[in-house]
Design a protein around this ligand. Structure first.
Ligand SMILES: Nc1nc2c(ncn2[C@@H]2O[C@H](COP(=O)(O)OP(=O)(O)OP(=O)(O)O)[C@@H](O)[C@H]2O)c(=O)[nH]1
Length: 203
């Protein structure tokens, strides 16, 4: 039996190729996949972590960055407790698209969703976006900011653990996006959970 007290849905978005799948696989499986193909539609993985003495289950949704999947991926925003917006620090176009992603988030996600900006691939030597530029963008848009390397495993654990901690705090103060009771998750607290409950509706 799965004895966890909280279930949180975390959704990764951002341009194709920025490393969303690699971040998820690094965190959930501890590996950097060789020759990772593009995500088709949406994929999800689960990891249960401990925060304090509580077990927290993270249901992590990895969305396709390619434009042609946009209508599918948008439907997952609604049920997210946290949204990780990823860009590649060695690719200016992926940074330039951030305002477009934010507009999507505004339109489709809950206003209470926890938003984190991640600059990935810090192991690369051909950086195009200085750290302070990413930081300022995040600050201006009320987001947390973290730079990571899925390849070298830098800050990946920290990213997801920080999210789990923050969502737990939010859950305790009842300040999470709420979902209807047919879909098991209210304020992140769980009773009988069915993992197929991917399509919760916001009230
Ligand atoms: N150097 C470096 N390469 C990375 C890192 N993370 C991912 N990559 C590479 O970037 C490419 C794309 O990674 P993915 O994880 O598939 O990117 P994605 O954002 O999931 O792409 P889509 O599924 O198309 O949206 C792959 O060749 C990875 O090996 C990183 O931290 N450092």
């Amino acid at each position: 039996m799965d004895d966890y007290k909280f279930l949180f849905k975390v959704v990764l978005v951002g341009n194709a190729g920025v490393g969303k799948t690699c971040l998820v696989r690094r965190f959930t499986q501890g590996l950097f996949p060789p020759g990772q193909g593009a995500t088709i539609g949406v994929d999800f993985m689960i990891k249960t972590v401990e925060v304090g003495n509580e077990k927290v289950k993270l249901q992590i949704w990895d969305t396709a960055g390619q434009e042609r999947f946009r209508s599918i991926t948008q439907s997952y925003y609604r049920s997210a407790h946290a949204l990780i917006l990823v860009y590649d620090i060695s690719s200016q176009p992926t940074f330039d698209c951030l305002p477009d992603w934010l507009r999507e988030i505004e339109e489709y996600a809950s206003s209470k969703v926890l938003r984190i900006l991640v600059g990935n691939k810090i192991d690369r030597e051909d950086r195009e976006i200085p750290e302070n530029v990413g930081e300022e963008f995040a600050e201006r848009h009320n987001m947390y900011y973290l730079e990571t390397s899925a390849k070298e495993s830098d800050n990946v654990e920290k990213l997801f653990m920080q999210i789990a901690e923050d969502l737990m705090k939010q859950a305790r103060t009842r300040d999470l996006p709420r979902y209807d009771s047919n879909n098991q998750t209210i304020d992140g607290r769980t009773s009988t959970i069915n993992d197929s409950s991917c399509c919760s509706r916001l009230q």
